[in-house]
Design a protein around this ligand. Structure first.
Ligand code: 4NP
Length: 155
């Protein structure tokens, strides 16, 4: 793995899916002794400065991933320079990032779950649903983080 490798997880609000990915990735990286720069951001500014949604915090903590220290921010133009990987949770996030990203950095932008063999490689937006949607986010994010770490370890 080239060091240091840096990863930015991106969803819409940066209070549900991308902070979950951030928290799972940092916990797994710590467990395995992998040195990574990890951050998360949203394509929209609705929740800038807020902690993760309480449902996100509960679902993540139940599986051992505290995330109450994280605060939402919006994707910044400098992120396209700073990060090696800019990973979108769904096709809308991907399209928004691709529209903003300078040509020379487009290769960094892809779907987070594209490293898995899932046939539908997206993390669905859980915001307007029930707690079950947050469990699905955790299931998918755990699979995505494992696949990403495997990919990075082979680079
Ligand atoms: P996220 O979820 O993109 O996974 O953080 C959402 C959070 C907030 C909203 C939509 C999705 N919202 O419309 O406020």
């Amino acid at each position: 793995m080239p060091t240091p490798t840096s990863v930015l997880f991106v969803c819409l609000g940066n209070i549900c899916r991308s902070p979950t990915a951030h928290a799972v990735m940092r916990a797994r990286a710590k467990q395995t002794g992998v040195e990574l720069t990890i951050d998360s951001a949203g394509t929209a500014a609705y929740h800038v400065g807020k902690a993760p949604d309480p449902r996100t915090q509960r679902a993540a903590l139940d599986r051992g991933y505290p995330c109450d220290d994280l605060r939402a921010r919006r994707v910044d133009d400098s992120d396209f320079e700073r990060f090696d990987w800019i990973l979108a949770m769904d096709e809308d996030n991907l399209a928004d990032l691709q529209a903003r990203c300078p040509d020379e950095h487009q290769h960094k932008v892809r779907l987070f779950l594209s490293f898995t063999d899932l046939s539908d490689p997206i993390v669905p937006d859980p915001y307007y649903g029930g707690q079950g949607g947050f469990e699905e986010v955790l299931d998918r994010v755990e699979a995505g983080v494992d696949a990403l770490l495997t990919h990075l370890s082979r680079q």
